[in-house]
Design a protein around this ligand. Sequence first.
Ligand SMILES: *Cc1c(COP(=O)(O)O)cnc(C)c1O
Length: 459
Amino acid sequence: MLDDINAAATLQALDAAYHFHPFTDHKDLHARGVKVITSAEGVFLHDDKGNKILDGMAGLWCVAAGYGRQELVEAAATQMAKLPYYNTFFKTTNEPAVRLAQRLAQITPEGLNHAFFACSGSEAVDSALRTARVYWQTKGKPNKKIIIGREYGYHGSTTLGASAGGMADMHRQAGDMPNFAHVLPPYWYGKGGQMSPEEFGIYAAREVEKKIHELGAENVAAFIGEPIQGAGGVLIPPETYWPEINRICKENDILLIADEVICGFGRTGKMFGSDYFGIKPDMMTMAKGITSGYVPLSAVMLHDRVAEVMINDAGEYYHGFTYSGHPVSCAVALKNLELIENEGLVAAAEAKGHILRAKLAEAVGDSPLVGEIRGVGLIGAIELTADKRTRKGFAKKGRTGTICRDLFIENGLIMRAVGDTMVFAPPLTITESEIDTMVALAKKSIDQTYENVKSEVAS
Ligand SMILES: *Cc1c(COP(=O)(O)O)cnc(C)c1O
């Protein structure tokens, strides 16, 4: 059978024969055929059929500086020619890793001054969770092991990351590891009931406190949360939430880990989501936008109070990756941070986010299908609803979102569906005229979706 396919040799057929994809139902993929992306420039992708698609997701939330940036290509090539690789285990280091660690210390909130490097967000999360446990062991509290996360949280797909996250399907397949617990997410639209967003923010934060008391603070190592839950549907906490979480973690002697893999590097219109919400993390995980996705890289930033214990008292840290501090990845990250700074992309994210949401509200805000348009900077969501007044979901959860997502793609715009919520996070370089294109395509697709599911929507 594989011989026949090799003879036909379309990339689609070869992909179906040989390529096992992440987060994919392969039977469904093979029935529809895979899309072959051939090149990209700015905010646009090109496929092998000659289609031009506006990437409203910046890849997977990562291509902050846009596609086709020669500066990043050159940074990688120059570093590859000079020193393509050496490890950082053997009492050795390299210049890009050192300079990047220093730069990250400068741009992250006060006190986060030590960078541990890895290659993916999942590895950063895994490293942060292990660090939390080693920290408590070193402090003579080995029972402090439990990690508290949230439902719909996403912290990557290593076994620890999947366990910290709150995705039920992943727990079912990955097996969920012991010493993890999950609490209500600060998802006002879906879970807030009759409470005001401000009341609900406090309520959701106190669920963390309740869980800590139930488990015993002497058994809890850390709370981990994304400033805004991205993969869970762009769940933006009410402004009362994070200050209350700061208080709860501090009072109960629990480490606070901000997973900034999506929110970091300008996505929220501030450098980090922690800046936007006033989060006071002990550790911060970052990846995606750190290199605009051009090469893999992630980091965990340790606060001085954690680093001092790890450096002075923990002995050898039995953890690390072959590619920790990879010189090429770090060189690209440095250049990427320079682009973000020189082009004012953080402020641009804030300004363009306002424009994008205002234009979306004008275009589709009155549609009976649109329950809420929310966002911070250039991360946002359009929540589709069966009933605008009661914020009721659809009887068959996810069907409308899938229809809408497919129409978006057909019309030349990528947004992702999380259940029945359409999420977006375009490159921070998106221009106003590209925003107009994005809004026009979104309106067309949402209007078509409405025609499709009209009978299920309260008018
Ligand atoms: C994507 C993501 C991760 C995992 O990153 P990978 O590079 O895919 O391993 C972890 N945390 C958050 C918040 C993410 O969005």
